[in-house]
Design a protein around this ligand. Structure first.
Ligand code: NAD
Length: 353
């Protein structure tokens, strides 16, 4: 069994184009830790720590490899002097209290071994509080709470980047970036989606919101004058902009024909269920803002403030720059007759070469 596991790991690592993988089995919790450094060509590798239960350790390793490569492309597209990395803590089940704390401290020791070649931050199922724990032992961590010397929650800054990305996308399709009267549907009004919906309402857009937690959507709608859409109807409502800000994978062969929007531009990671969906969106005449570009605001903020010493003014300029980057991607896609996803990859590759 052990030999089989290592053979699978070996095959995965050999087929990958990244720089290195650290694999550690955490005996006390039964968790596997995978830290993938995909590229340090533009600077130290960075990417969040995901905590999740997987069917097999190899699935977790494959996830970490894929996500770390995506971070390399994200950093390059938004022109940050960092490379791509990602860590996955593949836990046997939910962990909290002292068990979770112990795992995070042992993980911090592992990150220390990389001596600053890999920096981490929050991701799926890890929080600012978790970053505070990692930060007790390890300096290579972003987004600790402000009380612990970190830059805190990146969500509102991600939302600001998405807002600029929506303006650039609307300009591309409708010839004006003015959002007044534009109908924008925000799917998922959690940390990012709620802040985005507020900004859209302030810009006089007609905001539609949808969340599986009905009370959350109703409450926000009352505050900002938005209308609530049932979750199962969100992706088929007529609107100018559909902003997925909940889970990934909402754009697929089944859902794309039902879309009645001109633009898809939201924060959710991995919005395309499969790469071919970029082509499907293009064929349907829908402009797609590549997710890893439009949702880079949190990275720009946290890494900019904590590592590059950016002021709030610089952060503002760089968040606005997400719109400019998307405009460049749209121009490349038009010129080459390719999808916006392919154009974003091209832009990243050109900055990596
Ligand atoms: P969150 O957990 O705070 O909010 C997600 C919201 O979506 C919740 O309110 C949840 O109830 C809702 N939701 C879940 N499934 C839904 C569905 N099927 N329909 C409608 N609503 C649904 O998460 P977040 O931090 O706001 O992040 C949102 C997305 O953006 C995620 O995909 C995340 O990976 C991505 N993202 C976040 C950041 C960040 O800075 N927080 C940065 C980059 C990308």
């Amino acid at each position: 069994m052990r030999e089989y596991v290592f053979r699978v790991f070996e095959e995965l690592v050999r087929s990958w184009d990244g720089e290195g993988v650290v694999v550690h089995f955490d005996q006390p919790s039964g968790a596997w830790m995978f830290v993938c450094v995909h590229s340090t060509r533009r600077g130290p590798a960075g990417g969040g720590t995901r905590m999740k239960t997987y069917a097999a350790p190899a699935d977790a390793l494959a996830d970490a490899m894929r996500l770390s490569a995506a971070m390399t492309f994200k950093m390059a597209c938004v022109d940050m002097p960092f490379g791509g990395g990602k860590a996955v803590l593949a836990v046997p089940g939910p962990l909290d209290g002292e068990e979770r704390r112990g795992l995070l401290l042992r993980y911090a020791d592992l990150v220390n071994v990389l001596s600053g070649n890999y920096y981490t931050g929050p991701d799926v199922n890890t929080s600012i509080a978790d970053m505070d724990i990692i930060g007790e032992r390890c300096p290579y961590v972003f987004c600790r709470s402000e009380g612990r010397g970190g830059s805190g929650d990146p969500g509102p800054h991600t939302a600001r980047g998405v807002f600029h990305g929506i303006r650039a996308s609307v300009w591309q399709v409708f010839g004006t970036a003015d959002l007044a009267g534009r109908v924008v549907l925000v799917q998922g009004v959690g940390d990012v989606g709620a802040a985005l919906a507020r900004q859209l309402a302030e810009a006089d857009a007609r905001v539609l919101i949808s969340d599986v937690v009905a009370a959350r959507a109703l409450d926000l709608a009352g505050q900002i004058g938005a209308n609530v859409v049932a979750p199962d109807q969100a992706s088929s409502v007529e609107c100018d902009v559909y902003a997925p800000c909940a889970l990934g994978g909402t754009l697929g062969a089944q859902s794309i024909p039902r879309l009645r929007c001109g633009v898809v531009a939201g924060s959710a990671n991995n919005q395309l269920a499969e790469p071919e969906d970029a082509e499907r969106l293009r064929d349907a005449g829908i402009l797609y803002a590549p997710d890893f570009v439009i949702n880079a605001g949190g990275v720009l903020y946290a890494w900019g403030v904590e590592r590059l010493g950016w002021t709030r003014d610089t952060v503002d300029v760089r968040l606005e720059g997400i719109g400019n980057t998307l405009a460049e991607i749209y121009a490349r896609a038009d010129a080459a007759g390719i999808t916006t996803a392919a154009a974003a990859d091209d832009l990243a590759r050109s900055r990596l070469s």
